[in-house]
Design a protein around this ligand. Structure first.
Ligand code: FCA
Length: 360
């Protein structure tokens, strides 16, 4: 305590900071009486040494995400850091945008003395490489959001996972699109749907398949759903996937847009704007409910981005970190698969939903 006060001031402020009575007690009882610069250097070194000791004795985990710039992943990492502070462990947040970065991040974690990591991998097909590296380095790990695939393309069930209930959330997206289309009184003959998905990512396919099913159930014509595959799951990926399909169908005046997340739908909505399709003729519904959605809902005039199925990224970050930490501390291995639900967030209720889901 005294040391912190000491280092916060310039010169020799410790003397000024310590009450006269304490100072008297200190100089008479302390066997080690140093003065001036020597004392300053000694105290500083002691402080650093103590700090280093207490740091290294705290358990450490990594939190590795494929797109650290996305609002969703920012929330997850922040929530993990917060729960670490509450429960007494350190969280090292890293971005792992490709396989090479990911493997060196895992190596670095081990070198820093971490005991495990939570990961949303840049490619689920890296599953076997992650398992092998973690085993070699004796690190425990769990996945969040995207589940790992084995060489046979099947989910690696042995790795504990926490993620959204993709099919159900997809179905909510489809039902929302159908309802809003009806609410706006659109003519089905002038309406088409743009479905953008990432075929390599099982959670993505499950989300867009769920949405398609709900649309069909509501009576939407299957031949009026146009597909596009995205190369990346961000806004650029959505924009690039949407543009050719939208341009190819000038006869369509009203568009429903759905995809794997908010970023992709936002990219597609930007593409409609560039093609001068009026915002009121577009209903885009995304998934995530993080910063990108708030920014869109905060605009003065509504855009084609009608809503987002919001899921608590805060809860995902917090719970997956807790699961891993307890496991590291000798508790049971976390459940094989935990699925979370979603809530519709729109321009009119986004602030309430944000609070309700404990989002940053
Ligand atoms: C995938 C998506 C993210 C987010 C997450 C829960 O990783 O790419 O945007 O939706 O699932």
């Amino acid at each position: 305590m005294q040391l912190v006060q000491y280092l916060n001031d310039n010169g020799d402020p410790a003397v000024g900071r310590i009450k006269a009575s304490d100072r008297a007690a200190q100089s008479s009882s302390s066997p080690l009486v140093l003065s001036g610069l020597t004392r300053w250097v000694f105290l500083a070194m002691l402080g650093f040494a103590l700090g280093a000791c207490s740091q290294s004795s705290r358990p450490k985990i990594g939190f590795l995400v494929k797109m650290p710039e996305q609002g969703w992943f920012i929330n997850e990492q922040n929530a993990a850091s917060r729960v670490g502070q509450e429960m007494g462990f350190d969280v090292i947040n890293l971005g792992v945008q490709d396989g090479e970065k990911m493997l060196s991040a895992i190596d670095n974690l081990a070198a820093q003395g971490a005991q495990g990591f939570v990961i949303c991998p840049p490619d689920v097909r890296l599953g076997p490489a992650i398992v092998a590296r973690a085993q070699a380095l004796n690190l425990k790990f769990v996945t969040v959001d995207d589940q790992l695939q084995g060489p046979d393309g099947k989910i690696i069930e042995a790795v504990p996972h926490l993620g959204m209930s993709s099919v159900k959330i997809g179905e909510q997206v489809g039902a929302t699109l159908a309802e809003e289309m009806q609410h706006r009184g659109w003519n089905p003959a002038q309406t088409a749907a743009l479905r953008i998905s990432d075929n390599e990512l099982p959670t993505a396919r499950a989300r867009t398949d769920g949405a398609s099913r709900a649309l069909l159930k509501a009576g939407f014509d299957a031949s009026r759903i146009y597909d596009s595959a995205q190369r990346t799951t961000d806004t650029d990926g959505g924009f690039n996937a949407a543009t050719p399909v939208l341009s190819k169908h000038p006869e369509v005046s009203h568009w429903l847009i759905f995809a794997i997340n908010d970023e992709t739908v936002l990219g597609a909505v930007r593409a409609t704007e560039q093609l001068r399709i009026p915002a009121e003729n577009v209903i885009g519904v995304g998934i995530n409910g993080a910063a990108e959605a708030y920014a869109e809902f905060s605009k003065n005039t509504p855009t084609g981005f009608y809503g987002s199925m919001a899921v608590s990224s805060t809860m995902h970050g917090r719970q997956s970190a807790i699961n891993l930490y307890k496991w590291i501390r000798g508790g049971e291995k976390p459940p094989g698969n935990t699925e979370t639900g979603g809530t519709l967030m729109t321009r009119s209720n986004w602030r309430q939903v944000k609070t309700q889901l404990g989002l940053d």
